[in-house]
Design a binder for this molecule. Sequence first.
Ligand code: NAP
Length: 248
Amino acid sequence: MEKVLLITGGSRGIGAATALLAATQGYRICINYLSDHVAAERICGQVRELGAHAISVQADVSNEDEIIRLFSRIDADLGRITHLVNNAATVAHSCRLEAMSEFRLLKMMMSNVVGPMLCTKHALLRMSPRHGGKGGSIVNVSSVASRLGSPGEYVDYAASKGALDTFTIGLAKEVAGEGIRVNAVRPGYIFTDFHALSGDPFRVSKLEPDIPMGRGGVAEEVAEAIVWLLSKKASYATGTFIDVGGGR
Ligand code: NAP
């Protein structure tokens, strides 16, 4: 069976590292992105150089119409999806709850919770034997923030990842009998551009003394866990979590 993988937010950071690792393991890959076409095409080119078939598709995965368009492209260009990494997410400036607007909270939940649930819905419509599929594997990219809560920084982001964790547990049980595994990876502080969204691009370096291992992580270290959970090597793992947080 062809392995067809969608990585949401695959153009940068952890998603891009996942695409490059998966490229060496026989996947046909769709790299989704929101706005940076150049970065997406660059990673797509690197994936192709590694011998994998790849396309990049712009779509806001917090919007179901755009998700439907994204999955139609995958159907047409790569075939029926078998693997999904719900990686795209957002965060906002560090502040206390009193300063958070309704707009911010809704955007956080749409991007980090509703979006992954909708992407998973459209993946299940292709993976589940109930809909003619042959099973599959889904990995949600959560955060150690779901355990720690991020007080004074972004409790909204932490709560969105908590919801993603609960979704992972419930859905894993819902589809376990259909040959579909659902797991999550929870990164700690990882050196990517994500932290610029919180208002401090140098956040990870500054916080390194608070990390038990004494350093921030790199995207490739997270990608290893994601690709393992995606693969048949993790065939008896579902509804479970791998924390990649240097001890946090
Ligand atoms: P990143 O480097 O900022 O990359 C984010 C990616 O997501 C980009 O490809 C971006 O596309 C895309 N994206 C954002 N919103 C999107 C949307 N609505 N629709 C489609 N694509 C969207 O982020 P990262 O650090 O790799 O983070 C990846 C995941 O790891 C996230 O779920 C994050 O919460 C989680 N995580 C990260 C850390 C960390 O320290 N970095 C820690 C814990 C958890 P464009 O570039 O086109 O905008």
